[in-house]
Design a protein around this ligand. Structure first.
Ligand code: FES
Length: 107
């Protein structure tokens, strides 16, 4: 059963919190997650790479909605978590969206 969390006081606060295309590490409840906003879309995913546990918040995102691990450059789809290049388990993702109340995320 997932729990709903809201980050930021409102939509504008959420946008300020998450500059476009920047990976932020946030603590949501007892879970650390990476958050990325790309225009109106928000992605949330586990902060440690499923390959060898590098810190994905030190990675980069590309224009195809993928996060690139800083260590061996494996790529993961931020929406589905699918590994797009490399061989390792998929990334765990969490439902997240931008709303008038802020960023809503389900952990
Ligand atoms: S630790 Fe992320 S690709 Fe190897």
């Amino acid at each position: 059963m997932s729990k709903k969390y809201t980050l930021g006081a409102n939509r504008e606060g959420a946008i300020n919190l998450l500059p476009d295309g920047i990976i932020k590490l946030v603590q949501v409840g007892s879970t650390k997650v990476c958050l990325v906003r790309m225009a109106e879309a928000v992605y949330a995913f586990q902060h440690l790479c499923p390959h060898q546990a590098a810190s994905l918040y030190e990675g980069k995102v590309n224009g195809m909605g993928q996060v690139i691990c800083p260590l061996h450059h494996y790529r993961f789809d931020m929406k589905t978590g699918d590994v797009m290049s490399g061989t390792c388990p998929d990334l765990k993702t969490f439902p997240a969206k931008l709303t008038e109340e802020g960023i809503v995320i389900y952990i």
